[in-house]
Design a protein around this ligand. Structure first.
Ligand SMILES: [Zn+2]
Length: 91
């Protein structure tokens, strides 16, 4: 068993869907991680104790209200990262 924040999985899962609406947004690893981090900071964590392979089931149990919040948080994060991308700047 391990402790897992299933909001992380959910944000990663939804990020591609939201990114489709931002064709100009950079998709490099740095920017994707920045978007995920910014989005997760706006969202309450959802910790579950989980066995391996169990996470996706729980993610799919997310309700619509939660999904809307996640999509909004990702959209906000994309706009922030798009304006100030950190890729190629220092480390
Ligand atoms: Zn980038």
């Amino acid at each position: 068993m391990e402790l897992k924040n299933c909001m992380e999985e959910f944000v990663q899962d939804k990020m591609d869907v939201v990114l489709e609406q931002y064709p100009d947004c950079c998709r490099c690893e740095q920017c994707r991680l920045d978007i995920a981090a910014l989005a997760l900071n706006q969202l309450p964590p959802r910790y579950v104790s989980t066995r391996e392979g169990d996470v996706f089931v729980r993610v799919n149990e997310m309700n619509t209200e939660c999904e809307v919040k996640v999509i909004k948080a990702i959209a906000n994060a994309i706009e922030v990262v798009n304006k100030n991308p950190r890729h190629g700047v220092g480390a």
